[in-house]
Design a protein around this ligand. Structure first.
Ligand code: TRP
Length: 335
C-alpha cells in the first residue's frame, strides 16, 4: 500500500508554479496511490521571519484549501485538512525535537537561507524541519511529493524516524521524497532565472491561479524573452530561459510535447507565440476560477470538508502519536 502525504504553506496566493509544479502531480497521485493526504500547513506559515498578519493568514488558509478543491482535489478520495486542526502535529514535533540535534538543524540549507541577515529569527523557524517531519511521520507516509528544494527536509524526516525507531522501537515508517517527472518547473516571467514563487518581488512575473483572464494575458505578453534577432522559439534553458519557460508552461497546460510546440510556433515570432501561451493558460485556468467562485460562495461547505478532513487525519495521527508517547515512556493518562 502506498500512502502519499504533502503540504503547502498558506503564505501567498496560489500561482501557476504551485499548480503546474505541485498540484498537477497531487492530482495524478490521487488517481494512482492507495491513499493521498494533503495538508494546508498553517503552523509552518507562522515561522516566517517576516512578522505575519493574523487576518491574512486566516484568509489565505481558507483560500488555499478552496483552491486545492477547485483544481480537483477530491475530498472523498483525498484527505484534505488544515495542519493546526490536528494538534497531534505540534505534540509530535516536541517528541521528535528530543531526538533531533541542534547541529543537524543549524546546517539545514533552508534555515540558513531564510535566517541570514534577519534581525529576528524565531525558534519556530529553526524547528521548521522537525514540524515537517512530524507531518510526514504521523501518517506513515511512504511517498512525499515535493520540489527539489525540499530534499533535505525529507531526508531529515527519514533520519529522525529511523533514530526514533532505533532508540525506542518501531513506531514510524520511513518516507521517501518523490520528484515527479511530470512536474513543470515554472519560472518567473520577469526573471526566468528564478522560480515563480510568492517571495518574488515583481508581481508581473507571477501568474496567479485566480487572476482575471485579462491580467493573465497581460503578464504573459510582457514576459521577458531575449533579443534574438531571429526570434527563434527553441528550448534552451541557458541561452533562451524566457522562451523555454513559456514553452514549458504551454506544454504543461496543453499536455503537448515541447517538440510539437516548437514545430508549430518557431518562425512565427514572439508576439504570436505569447498570445498562444496566454490563451492556453487562460483556458486551463477558466474552469478552476469558476469552480473556486462556486466554492467561495459556500464557505460553510468548505468548512465542513476541512472538519471532515481533520477528523480523518486525526484518526491516523492520533494512534501514531499514542504509540510514540508510549514508546518513549510517557505515562499514559488514566482513561
Ligand atoms: N516545507 C514544505 C514547502 O515549503 C511544505 C511542507 C510542510 C510539506 N510540511 C510538509 C511538504 C510535509 C511535504 C510534506 O514546500
Amino acid at each position: 500500500m502506498t500512502r502519499v502525504f504533502s503540504g503547502m504553506q498558506p503564505s501567498g496566493a496560489p500561482h501557476l508554479g504551485n499548480y503546474l509544479g505541485a498540484w498537477v502531480n497531487w492530482l495524478a497521485l490521487q488517481e494512482t496511490a492507495d491513499e493521498t493526504i494533503y495538508c494546508v500547513v498553517d503552523l509552518h506559515a507562522i515561522t516566517s521571519p517576516v512578522e505575519h498578519d493574523p487576518a491574512s493568514l486566516r484568509r489565505r488558509t481558507v483560500e488555499l484549501a478552496t483552491a486545492m478543491l477547485a483544481i480537483g482535489i477530491d475530498p472523498v478520495r483525498s484527505t484534505l485538512f488544515v495542519q493546526s486542526h490536528v494538534t497531534e502535529h505540534a505534540e509530535c514535533t516536541w517528541l521528535l525535537n528530543c531526538v533531533t540535534s541542534f547541529g543537524e538543524l543549524r546546517k539545514q540549507p533552508q534555515f540558513k537561507e531564510k535566517s541570514e541577515g534577519r534581525e529576528f529569527v524565531s525558534v519556530g523557524l529553526f524547528d521548521y524541519p522537525v514540524l515537517q517531519a512530524a507531518d510526514i511521520l504521523l501518517y506513515h507516509a511512504d511517498e512525499v511529493p515535493v520540489g527539489e528544494d525540499q530534499r533535505h527536509h525529507i531526508e531529515l524526516a527519514r533520519n529522525l524516524g529511523q533514530r526514533f525507531n532505533h532508540r525506542y522501537g518501531e513506531v514510524f515508517t520511513l518516507p521517501k521524497a518523490v520528484h515527479p517527472p511530470a512536474a513543470a518547473r515554472v519560472m518567473d516571467l520577469q526573471d526566468p532565472a528564478r522560480r515563480m514563487s510568492k517571495s518574488s518581488t515583481a508581481e508581473k512575473g507571477i501568474v496567479y491561479v485566480l487572476d482575471e483572464p485579462k491580467r493573465v494575458e497581460k503578464k504573459i505578453k510582457s514576459a521577458v524573452t531575449d533579443s534574438d534577432p531571429d526570434a527563434r522559439i527553441l528550448h534552451d534553458r541557458d541561452a533562451k530561459p524566457g522562451v523555454s519557460n513559456l514553452l514549458e508552461i504551454l506544454s504543461a497546460v496543453t499536455g503537448r510535447p515541447v517538440a510539437d510546440l516548437i514545430a508549430e510556433h518557431d518562425g512565427n515570432g514572439y508576439g504570436g507565440f505569447k498570445t498562444a501561451v496566454a490563451e492556453a493558460v487562460v483556458e486551463r485556468l477558466r474552469p478552476i476560477r469558476d469552480r473556486y467562485d462556486e466554492l467561495a460562495a459556500d464557505p460553510a461547505e468548505v468548512e465542513r470538508i476541512l472538519a471532515d478532513g481533520a477528523a480523518r487525519a486525526r484518526a491516523i495521527a492520533g494512534p501514531t502519536l499514542e504509540r510514540a508517547r508510549e514508546a518513549m515512556g510517557l505515562l499514559a493518562p488514566r482513561a
